[in-house]
Design a protein around this ligand. Structure first.
Ligand SMILES: [Cu+2]
Length: 179
């Protein structure tokens, strides 16, 4: 076997191990950190061809349990308790987004904000990979002037839409950066 064919074999293997390529034309990345600054995972977001956003969430070192995860409306994880991330990303057409009225859609019966996602069930290993489609989110919402962030909470979201019952303490935060 020549050196060249060994090299080609190694490249093919590397491509195989990196999984399927995602067809994102526009994308964002958020590194997830806890309050102590430990990185617990990554999130990649990408624009879908038919609208909405695709999320790839890869937790590598997360405390086990059922946890709420939301897109929050401000790209700022600097404050204690991550309060600087603000509230949940509102639905398009909500009062905060009145200038985007042309993007209004019906967000269905869950009554939640665009940034409300299904709970993560983190196993004992602390490792979990999930993908979500989020039709109510748009690239413009991730790229607006105050950015956007991801928060993972200490507890589960009961999907009531009542802020006090949407996961409690903010345990992990990450700011979306374009890439
Ligand atoms: Cu939240």
């Amino acid at each position: 076997m020549s050196n060249a064919s060994i090299r080609h074999g190694a490249i093919a293997l590397a491509m195989l191990m990196s999984g399927p390529a995602l067809a994102h034309s526009t994308g964002w990345h958020a590194a997830l950190h806890d309050a102590a600054g430990t990185q617990v995972g990554n999130i990649h977001a990408g624009e879908m061809p038919a609208g909405g956003v695709h999320l790839l969430i890869e937790l590598t070192d997360m405390k086990p349990g059922v946890r709420a995860i939301h897109i929050h409306e401000t790209g700022d994880c600097s404050a204690e308790g991550f309060v600087s991330a603000g509230a949940h990303m509102p639905a398009a057409g909500a009062p905060e987004q009145a200038s985007h009225a042309s993007h209004q859609h019906d967000h269905g019966a869950h009554g939640g904000a665009a940034g409300d996602l299904p709970n993560l069930h983190v196993p004992e290993t602390g490792m979990l990979t999930v993908e979500y489609f989020v039709p109510g989110l748009s690239p413009a919402m991730l790229s607006d002037e105050n950015g956007a962030s991801v928060i993972i909470h200490a507890g589960a979201d009961d999907y009531s839409g009542v802020a006090e019952r949407q996961g409690g303490a903010r345990e992990v935060c990450g700011v979306f950066e374009p890439h």
